[in-house]
Design a protein around this ligand. Structure first.
Ligand code: ZN
Length: 256
């Protein structure tokens, strides 16, 4: 209970940093760069439960910034999106998926995403990651080359998966003991990252997911590339820019 109140307070303080964001501030019309043969596929996996509204706005802004930034570079960028809430009865919605499309299309899609519900603190993190990775049509062959796309997964969430090892109890005791009711474990996610050769990045707004971060790091090994921390100096720093700065610098570092 104490943890729940702490998390709620944290969320409230973060929401005060909310920003008005207008898609028209960005020039996204030319985001399809199919004339280039460097494929970069970017999957966003996004917790869509109630406390996430601030970050959904930031995610939109982040995608716009990526598109703008890479416009003058010779990359063919595509984005997919998997949002998740939780298994019933905690939520009516488990996951919602949009396959690889242009930056403009994915931002349009994000405009329809409303952060809502979720019940207890843990959410269907495993389902979001699993569905996002398995449903994305990762591009396999660049024309005339034997190369796959370069693949990035950015995971944005403020709550851990089910399972008490992640630090929070679920309403359903069995979920606390056994983990997510679908049976997907972090080892399964690691195998999927490996199978599709995807670099995983965690975008971390608070400490509720510190335990998850640590367990994912140990499990994913080299596939866990970095954590983008949004909570440090939260009051002092202009948080509106933190997410896209972190995402952009990581893509630039890792795209070859
Ligand atoms: Zn599940």
């Amino acid at each position: 209970m104490g943890q729940a109140i702490q998390l709620a307070k944290k969320t409230e303080s973060i929401q005060k940093g909310q920003t008005n964001f207008d898609i028209n501030d960005f020039d996204l019309n030319d985001s399809d760069r199919e004339d280039f043969d460097n494929y970069v596929d970017i999957l966003f996996v996004l917790d869509q439960s109630g406390s996430m509204s601030t970050y959904i706005k930031q995610a939109k802004q982040t995608i716009c910034k990526i598109v703008e930034k890479f416009k003058n570079k010779e990359y063919d960028l595509k984005f997919s999106l998997c949002t998740y809430i939780d298994h019933t009865p905690q939520s009516e919605m488990l996951t919602d998926f949009t396959d690889l499309c242009s930056g403009y299309q994915i931002v349009q899609k994000l405009h329809t995403v409303i952060a809502t519900g979720g019940g207890d603190i843990p959410e269907a993190v495993m389902d979001g990651l699993r569905d996002g990775i398995t449903k994305t049509s990762w591009r396999k062959t660049v024309i005339g080359k034997e190369e796959k796309s370069q693949r990035f997964l950015f995971h944005i969430c403020d709550a851990p998966p089910h399972g008490e090892e992640y630090g929070f109890l679920s309403s359903d005791k069995q979920w606390s003991i056994n983990g997510c009711p679908c049976g997907t474990k972090r080892e399964d996610i690691k195998n999927l990252l490996q199978l599709h050769d995807i670099q995983y990045f965690l975008i971390k707004p608070n400490h509720a997911i510190s335990k998850m971060e640590q367990l994912f790091k140990e499990c994913f090994g080299d596939y866990f590339k970095d954590t983008i921390n949004l909570s440090e100096n939260f009051q002092q720093k202009d948080n509106k820019t933190q997410m896209w700065e972190g995402v952009l610098s990581n893509i630039e570092k890792n795209v070859s």
